[in-house]
Design a protein around this ligand. Structure first.
Ligand code: BGC
Length: 758
């Protein structure tokens, strides 16, 4: 229906003579407008203010009429949006339409899993479709610009904003970034239902010290270019219309005042021609950071760095005219910055179609959208433990099921962070889905047991114990409420909060030999050892969104096999953080043979002193669960890894392939992953790098060969002079179902073209 509907809109657009403007048309129109604009109107375009929440105060009307605004954020009452737009288009001198920005992060009315959960699907096409759905729903409310995708790289689950990321790996994040940009923007930004995307936060935000939001980041240029920049580069290459700065201080220069980031790299090296918006009040914060003397100086530094539009605060409005008059800002530079903003407005087709008519769009939360949300939730679920194949539960054998925990039936919490527009009335909770699926065949006893995930009271535990004791199976719905992750919601301890560990022990003790299944919803990786000890199976559901309930029920009862894989390493203990699969080898790499556990230390210290390695004595060197990990109801056997040739010259390609066989007894999806290692380089190289992944569906007994293309450019890295290079040498490649796959093959990259037949 989506496709049909879009086809109809394209036809309608053609009928009305609306078509995408060519780049040269756009540049001519931009230049023409700039020519006509007063300084005040230019500064107006560089100003964004917060909406008034479904009202239109007189001062806002006047500012729009005077050309004093370029954008409004957080106004989603479509009538107000259209009225503001009407004033801009019909009553302002030059009729320049406004951008209406909103955080459409993982859905709109229909909420998809948090981005970290979507990343667990390893399915960029699903992510693209989700963003497309969100764009259609948001468009109906007048939104034409979303502040997504968030593509900060973070290896620290204490940081609350990991929920908004696609996890720890730049390759996976880049693929998801491109998918989301395509989903929001489509092929042609001006086509109906497409909205401008915003890659954020440029750059380095995810490396905040100790995972404390807004804290300092210190990132060597090499790591910036190798880890933090690639997703932004991918988004820029995919045509992302805008970028947002970061709140954080990068190597002593806050990102919002950082010329290296926005001028040298973004414009100079990557040729970005869209625009950059500051984060909320982040220009003003240059004063608080202590790099700007006052508001005027902060405005000057932000312009100089390359921030086109100011979000929320009035520093540009108050100081830019004075800065121009005093010669502190070059008028030509200001023109160029305004041109970037106008270019995006033209590309969006706002001059041709400034208004939004909700009836032009499909109904929000329609069946198709709900089905997509269910599919996305389903593919995000990661099965972390399944002792004795406790899951799936056999529905026909159950007479009594205990459903226990604070997250079994909460319409709000399962939606996760950043869901301003999420509609809780359409949420399907796990409890409602379980009841629906079990019908009359089994009795469901529900005990919330805790008021919320942080509760310390044990008041509800007796009822939980009784329910567990008399049930055939116990389903525990645990985790973090949505407010425990997201912006400014960081945690120093990342186990289950409140008294949940006690609840698990109580319930597991009462259940005796009945299966105890934990379903955990959370906005980040958690330390799960105390739960894993007590339960038979553990399904990690992230915050799964509107349709989390049916997706979870389908997996618990085996209608579908879980298929998600971890996009972020799960540590055993907080002290291991940062722990991630793409670490360096070090000069003293750990292994099971030379690792000394703290308990053995007294005896073995002397004997093995030469074997001391880069690891923690009390935690070991392995995480609880590695990146890429996730179990299935099927089992998969990998074999016969091969390269199409053992050697390739620079500029050439080869393929790496392996067979994957479903040796289980159910059909299931598996995410096949390709990793490589460059054994010797002028810079130390990660022990493994993700280079490819593919979701394949296999029936029981079915075997397939999965083939990945690898070009020598795919093996490039940032060398000592900050240039991307591929060096000749020996490489290892692994194919498997997680980052600790052991099926390996070797190949060589040569400088010269290899001989025929090699
Ligand atoms: C966040 C951004 C967000 C903006 C607008 C800021 O606090 O850091 O990610 O887009 O608010 O809501």
């Amino acid at each position: 229906m989506d496709t049909l509907f879009c086809g109809f809109l394209v036809w309608l657009a053609a009928l009305c003579g609306i078509s995408a403007a060519t780049p040269s048309d756009v540049e001519a129109r931009v230049a023409d407008l700039i020519e006509k604009m007063t300084l005040a109107e230019k500064i107006g375009q560089m100003t964004q203010i917060n909406g008034a929440g479904g009202t239109l105060p007189d001062d806002m009307r006047a500012r729009v009429r005077n050309g004093g605004l370029g954008s409004v954020l957080n106004e989603v009452d479509v009538e107000i949006v259209n009225e503001i737009q009407r004033i801009a288009v019909e009553e302002s001198r030059l009729g320049i339409p406004l951008l209406f920005g909103r955080d459409v992060i993982h859905g709109f009315r229909t909420v998809l899993p948090i981005p970290l959960g979507q990343a667990a699907s390893f399915n960029p096409e699903l992510v693209r479709r989700g963003a497309r759905m969100a764009a259609l729903e948001a468009s109906a409310s007048g939104v034409n610009w979303t502040f997504a995708p968030m593509i900060d790289m973070s290896r620290d689950p204490r940081w609350g904003r990991v929920a908004e990321t696609f996890g720890e790996d730049p390759f996976l994040t880049s693929r998801m970034a491109v998918a989301m940009v395509r989903g929001f923007q489509g092929e042609d930004l001006s086509a109906p239902g497409n909205i401008a995307a915003c890659a954020k936060h440029f750059a380095g935000y995810g490396a905040v010290e100790a995972g404390r939001d807004y804290a300092t980041t210190n990132i060597a240029e090499h790591d910036l270019r190798e880890v933090h920049f690639p997703p932004f580069r991918a988004a820029v290459d995919a045509g992302v219309a805008t970028l947002m700065t970061s709140f954080s201080d990068l190597n002593g220069v806050p990102a919002t005042g950082n010329r290296f980031l926005m001028t040298d790299v973004l414009r100079g090296e990557w040729n970005f021609d869209g625009f950059v918006v500051s984060d909320w009040a982040s220009i003003e914060q240059l004063v608080i950071h202590g790099v700007a003397e006052d508001a005027r100086d902060a405005a000057r530094q932000a312009v100089d760095a390359g921030v086109n539009m100011e979000m929320a605060t009035p520093l540009y409005r108050d100081h830019l005219a004075g800065l121009i008059e005093q010669g502190a800002v070059d008028p030509a530079q200001l023109d160029a910055m305004v041109a970037d903003i106008l270019r995006v407005k033209f590309r969006l087709g706002l001059f041709e179609r400034p208004y939004r008519n909700p009836s032009d769009f499909p109904a929000t939360a329609n069946d198709e959208h709900l089905e997509l949300a269910r599919e996305a939730a389903l593919q995000s679920l990661v099965l972390l433990q399944n002792r004795d194949r406790a899951l799936p539960l056999n529905r026909t054998e159950l007479r009594r099921v205990a459903v226990i925990g604070p997250l079994a039936d909460d319409e709000y919490e399962q939606l996760g962070t950043w869901i301003f527009d999420g509609d809780t009335s359409i949420t399907r909770t796990p409890l409602s889905a379980l009841r629906r699926q079990l019908g009359d065949s089994a009795e469901v006893e529900y005990v919330r047991a805790m008021k919320n995930s942080r509760s310390r009271s044990t008041e509800g535990f007796a009822a939980a114990r009784d329910a567990a004791a008399s049930a055939d199976a116990v389903l525990l719905f645990l985790g973090e409420e949505s407010m425990l992750s997201g912006e400014a919601h960081c945690r120093a301890e990342i186990g289950l909060p409140g008294n949940q560990h006690d609840l698990v022990r109580t319930v597991a003790g009462a259940a005796k030999d009945k299966p105890v299944i934990a379903v955990i919803q959370a906005g980040r990786p958690l330390t799960l050892a105390p739960v894993l000890d007590q339960v038979d199976a553990l399904l990690f559901a992230w915050h799964p969104g509107t349709m989390g309930g049916p997706a979870i029920a389908d997996v618990l009862f085996g209608a579908e096999s879980p298929s998600g894989k971890l996009p972020m390493t799960f540590p055993k203990m907080v002290g291991q953080i940062p722990i991630f699969f793409g670490h360096k080898h070090t000069g003293k790499p750990p292994s099971a043979e030379n690792f000394i556990h703290i308990d053995d230390l007294e005896e073995r210290m002397v004997q093995y002193s030469t074997g001391l390695v880069a690891s923690h004595l009390d935690a070991g060197f392995e995480p609880q669960f590695p990146f890429g990990y996730g179990l299935s109801y099927a089992s998969f056997r990998y074999g016969d890894i091969a390269v199409s040739r053992t050697s390739m010259a620079l500029g050439e390609s080869l393929t790496v392939s392996a067979t994957v066989e479903n040796t289980g007894d159910v059909a299931a999806d598996e995410i096949v992953q390709l990793y490589t290692r460059d054994l010797v380089g002028q810079m130390t190289r990660p022990v493994r790098e993700l280079k490819g992944f593919r979701r394949v569906r296999l029936k029981p007994g079915q075997k397939t060969r999965v083939t990945f293309d690898l070009h020598s450019d795919d093996l490039a890295f940032v060398g000592r002079t900050m240039e991307r290079i591929t060096e000749p040498g020996v490489f290892h490649a692994w194919i498997g179902g997680s980052s600790d796959a052991d099926l390996r093959v070797e190949f060589r990259v040569t400088a010269a073209k290899p001989e025929e037949g090699s």
